[in-house]
Structure formats: structure tokens, C-alpha cells
Ligand binder design. Structure first.
Ligand SMILES: Cc1cc2nc3c(=O)[nH]c(=O)nc-3n(C[C@H](O)[C@H](O)[C@H](O)COP(=O)(O)OP(=O)(O)OC[C@H]3O[C@@H](n4cnc5c(N)ncnc54)[C@H](O)[C@@H]3O)c2cc1C
Length: 264
């Protein structure tokens, strides 16, 4: 069984700062694997343990994204593909899907594609469904549990106050949410092993737009139907109101405030 896991490298959202001009500051902020992608990877590694699946990780990003893929190899992935090229810069979900979809055709169509429900960058939750459309695969999104049975994936989707159990024939695209599991940690010997294969080797391939024979007007900012005009941060609402008195008095005052705003 062949599984491809999409890995996006993002700036650690817990370390992002806002400049005095109200702009998001990413300089110096550590780069991490998108949290939902860690859950997707864990689901793939569980299928590797139980079914002997081969796990391939795939990322579109700047050269620094190599580190995210090395981390995924250290967790147990078998091989990695990095799509990196200045032409890929500033993509929206459409341009990202085109590049990832083309790479998946070149890698060879897998039995299962696992992605995160959403990335901590654009948070559009679009790439998974768009990729399914691009490849002509069925899709199941916002999944918190999955298993493979007899050529199908059985997935549990989170709804408002209930679960939906979905069965879909493979090959398929499944997006995994943050409630699915606890990520697997990089493992001793695998960490060393993960850095052995140089970029461009069979186990760690790096592809450009030319390697994928992509149309220049369909990648990066040129191929994006949406452009980010500005990233602004909401005005801070002033210091919080501190309630005083006994716990009962504070609770009564809080309920009063909430009632005044029709929140309860
Ligand atoms: C407000 C905003 C800020 C942005 N900031 C940045 C930024 O700082 N740096 C930057 O590179 N891009 C940035 N982008 C661009 C955005 O990350 C890309 O357009 C992205 O490829 C798709 O959008 P998304 O982040 O909404 O992904 P989503 O659709 O939310 O991602 C869902 C899943 O798709 C997969 N996926 C998404 N992108 C990739 C990828 N590139 N490689 C592999 N798998 C992927 C992952 O599994 C991810 O969990 C930003 C976009 C917006 C709207």
C-alpha cells in the first residue's frame, strides 16, 4: 500500500508577534511542521505498522522546508519529495494544488493521500479537497479517526455535536484534524538516518517547476487566483476588567456581564 502525506512547514503560531504597525512579524519565528500534518503523518505511520504501507512525504516550500521533511523521515516516513523553486513563491491554494497534483502524478498515484484539515498559514482548508478534485479522487475531510478495510477507508468525521462514519473506496484523499491523535516523536536511530540521504537522492528528491514540466503561468503568485492584499491584526480591546469580591460575587457579576451581552 502506498500512502502520500502532505507536509506544510509553517511559522510557529505561538511565537508570532505583531509589529507596532499592526503587521505580523515572522522574522526569527521558528519553522515547524503544521500541527494537523503531524496528525496525518501519525495516521500514515499507524498504517505502516499495521499493513506495511510505504509512507512518502511531500511538501511545496522554500529550501528551509527540507528540515520539516527530515523531521518526518525521523518519525518513520520512508521517502521525501520537496518541491522547491523561486517560481513557486507566494502560491494560493489553487497554485499549490497544481504543483502538488503534478508531483503526485510523477511519483505514481498512491492508494491514499493524507493531508492536514488546515494549515496554520492560510487556514483555508482548501488544499485537500482541491487536490481530490484535481486527481479525480473521492475525499473525506475533517477526519478524527480512520482505518483501512478491504480496499476502503472507514473514516470518522467530526460534526457539530455528533460523528459521521464514512466509507470510501481507495484511492482517496483524507484530511485529518487535530483531535485525531498525539503526534509520533522522532526516534533515536531514525534521526541519524533521516539526515543521511542528500537532497536529490532517491530517498530525498528535490523537484523544480521544470522537473515537473509545469506551466509557469500556473505556479506561485502567477498561478494564484487570490492575492493577499494585507495581513492585519484586530485592534486590542483595552485592558481586561478584573472582577472583585468573593468567588460567588465574581460568578454573579460575570453572569450579569454575559447576560447583558445576550451570551447566556
Ligand atoms: C493569510 C495568509 C497567510 C499566508 N502566509 C504564508 C506564509 O507565511 N508562507 C507561505 O508559504 N504561505 C503563506 N500563505 C499561502 C498559503 O499557505 C498557501 O496558499 C497554501 O499553500 C494553501 O493555503 P492554506 O495555507 O490555506 O492551506 P490549507 O488548505 O489550510 O492546508 C490544508 C492542508 O493542505 C496541505 N498543504 C497546504 N499547503 C501545502 C504545501 N505548501 N505543501 C504541502 N502540503 C500543503 C497540508 O497538509 C495542510 O494541512 C498564506 C496564505 C494566507 C491566506
Amino acid at each position: 500500500m502506498e500512502i502520500i502525506v502532505l507536509i506544510k512547514q509553517i511559522h510557529d503560531p505561538t511565537r508570532l508577534r505583531v509589529s507596532s504597525q499592526g503587521r505580523l512579524v515572522t522574522a526569527g519565528v521558528p519553522l515547524i511542521i503544521n500541527p494537523d500534518d503531524l496528525r496525518a503523518l501519525k495516521e500514515a505511520l499507524k498504517l505502516k505498522d499495521s499493513l506495511g504501507a510505504r509512507v512518502t512525504v511531500l511538501s511545496l516550500g522554500p529550501p528551509e522546508a527540507e528540515e520539516a521533511l527530515r523531521e518526518a523521515l525521523a518519525m518513520g516516513a520512508d521517502r521525501a519529495y520537496l518541491l522547491s523553486d523561486p517560481a513557486f513563491a507566494d502560491p494560493d491554494a489553487l497554485a499549490t494544488t497544481y504543483a502538488l497534483g503534478s508531483a503526485i502524478h510523477k511519483i505514481g498515484t498512491p492508494d491514499l493521500i493524507l493531508a492536514g484539515q488546515l494549515s496554520g498559514h492560510g487556514t483555508s482548508a482548501q488544499v485537500g479537497p482541491r487536490l481530490a478534485e484535481y486527481l479525480g479522487y473521492p475525499q473525506v475531510t475533517n477526519v478524527s479517526a480512520l482505518e483501512i478495510d478491504n480496499g476502503s477507508v472507514l473514516a470518522k468525521r467530526v460534526l457539530e455535536e455528533s460523528y459521521l462514519e464514512v466509507e470510501v473506496a481507495l484511492p482517496a484523499v483524507v484530511t485529518v484534524n487535530s483531535a485525531a491523535n498525539l503526534p509520533r516523536l522522532p526516534h533515536g536511530a531514525r534521526i541519524m538516518n533521516a539526515y543521511q540521504d542528500p537532497p536529490g537522492s532517491e530517498r530525498f528528491a528535490v523537484w523544480t517547476a521544470q522537473d515537473l514540466d509545469l506551466e509557469p503561468q500556473k505556479v506561485g503568485a502567477a498561478g494564484s487566483a487570490t492575492q493577499i492584499r494585507a495581513t492585519t491584526v484586530p485592534e486590542p480591546k483595552g485592558p481586561p476588567e478584573m472582577l472583585t469580591g468573593s468567588p460567588q460575587e465574581q460568578a454573579r457579576a460575570l453572569v450579569g456581564r454575559l447576560r447583558a451581552k445576550n451570551l447566556v
